[in-house]
Design a protein around this ligand. Sequence first.
Ligand code: SF4
Ligand code: SF4
Length: 234
Amino acid sequence: MGLAMPLPIVETTPSVVHMEMYKTSNQELDYLAYDLTRYLNRLGHASFFFPRDGFGSMKALRENNMAAFSHVMAAKYAGLGTIGASHCLLTPEFGPRVRFVSVFTATGIPSDPVIAKELCIKCEACAKCCPQKAIRMREDRVVGDYDSMACLKMAEELTARRCYPCGICTKVCPIGEDRSHYQQKGVMKKYLREAEALAANPEDPEYKAWTHIRKYGVFREEKSAPDKNRKVSP
Ligand code: SF4
Ligand code: SF4
């Protein structure tokens, strides 16, 4: 099951406000999964849950950048969405702006059908806006190549600045009914121009709502360039 990350806060990333919402949604998911597991067990259905994040620190991820279990794959096979170029699960309701947790149960709940039609439209926004160039589009398939170590480098920097996670790829994805819920129109151009516009003028008024939030409660940014020599593995 998943919980939505409201778009206006996702748009402030990287920010302490985004980090707090991310932590809250993760915590809430664990509480929901824990309560559901206890409820199912009380009814006699053997159940347990897998917590939403399975790593102890960035150092642990650098040693082994893998998870024991993929909530993204679980959510895909539970019929909640399809995997996009960014490796995120895209849902019809919220695009990739969803956090997931998984409950395993022996109870006989009828499954939802897997969504057959890919939701990713290969618009390339996630690949273009990724500050680490960690996503590379593929001609032959929807799911892109993903440089997890480049993404981890970003996560380490943002953790040090107290504004983890990055999530720019989830911010810019056009998929999701949440865009019409928040009455967003023409925002894609704004996303695609953002890095260049703010490099030219950090006080660009078009981005003031986001840059204002980013200024507070975090350590200052240290510029890091993507490593041009790194390899992207499929
Ligand atoms: S989280 Fe950030 S660094 Fe990682 S792939 Fe997405 S946009 Fe790139
Ligand atoms: S931003 Fe575009 S290419 Fe990336 S996952 Fe979303 S729809 Fe697919």
